[in-house]
Design a protein around this ligand. Structure first.
Ligand code: MG
Length: 308
């Protein structure tokens, strides 16, 4: 299933499932979901409220989330009076518009590690992007005044669907709700030209995390290490990688991060980028207003946006 967050004609923000270029609104069903026992326990401990609505509410239903959505959708589609909007008539947001955290991974592809000229890391290099950097799929991203080295990074992003601490690698993929595409935009001058590097700042400017167009539920992708990850800039292919070449596969990343911090529903792990980014080209290629970017991950879909 392809789960979207969207809005129509300036109405409220809704959650839907895409079928054949149409959208099934699942917002009312989501609001009827009980708060799961694990969500309740977690929020008692943390003192924070459990998500009340939208895709975050669905994701907190944990291991049951996909099966219960599937059952609801099968029944809904049998209704002869069912009215679905056309996908091209709605305004898409990122599937998770405001994740609790976005966990990035530095140099996680063998080919990209090689082009950076340093030996691969022994453990994942964890980088964060602030949640406020998320942009809707298709929305233009403005290059901030004063940034001249804006760069793209095509990435497979993993959306977490439950609470996980000390998750064994063998069980890690069951904590995944689904997969999406993320462009890990970066202002390289803050990453490479100053000391100490300001990597989080370089990757967290407004709009620097275009994400979407939807979350493909994990039942549709048997093995996340079998996907092509590609990027085109103004129609020219810049990146073509394969998730089999990740140094730390998705399951390893989940196991590693969850040794230190609880993964929560809606958290996003953006899994690193393959070779071909602008900064390591000769001469370097940096994004300019008017540039058009397109990203594709096989079995997930494609996303494009302009630089303004
Ligand atoms: Mg990255």
């Amino acid at each position: 299933m392809r789960v979207i967050t969207y809005r129509q004609n300036g109405g409220p923000v809704l959650t839907g499932v895409v079928f054949d270029q149409h959208v099934l609104n699942i917002s009312s069903w989501i609001e009827s979901l009980p708060v799961s026992r694990e969500a309740h326990a977690h929020h008692l401990l943390s003192g924070t409220p459990a998500p009340a609505e939208g895709i975050m509410r669905w994701l907190q239903s944990g291991s049951q989330a996909i099966a219960s959505l599937d059952a609801f959708v099968r029944t809904a589609l049998l209704d002869p009076k069912l009215n679905m909007e056309r996908l091209d008539s709605v305004q898409l947001y990122a599937p998770v518009p405001r994740p609790g955290k976005i966990i990035g991974v530095g140099r996680n592809y063998a080919d990209h590690a090689k082009e950076t000229g340093v030996a691969p890391f022994e453990n994942p290099r964890i980088i964060f992007k602030m949640a406020s950097s998320v942009a809707a799929p298709g929305a233009p991203v403005t290059r901030p005044a004063g940034v001249l080295k804006m760069d793209f990074e095509a990435e497979l992003a993993v959306v977490i669907g439950g609470y996980g601490r000390d998750v064994p690698e063998s069980e890690a993929l069951s904590l995944v709700a689904g997969y999406t595409i993320l462009n890990d935009l970066s202002a390289r001058e803050f990453q490479f030209d100053i000391s100490p590097a300001q990597t989080t700042f370089a990757k967290s400017m407004d709009g620097f995390a275009p994400m979407g167009p939807w979350l493909v539920t994990r039942d549709e992708i048997a093995d996340p290490q079998t996907l092509d990850v590609s990027c085109w800039l103004n129609g020219v292919q810049m990146q073509q990688g394969h998730t089999a070449n990740m140094l730390f596969p998705v399951a390893t990343l989940i196991a590693y991060v969850s040794r230190f911090m609880t993964l929560e529903p809606g958290d996003v792990i953006t899994t690193g980028t393959p070779a071909g980014i602008g900064a390591f080209r000769t001469p370097p290629v940096y994004l300019q207003p008017g540039d058009h970017l397109r990203f594709e991950v096989t079995q997930v879909g494609s996303m494009e946006h302009l630089i303004a």
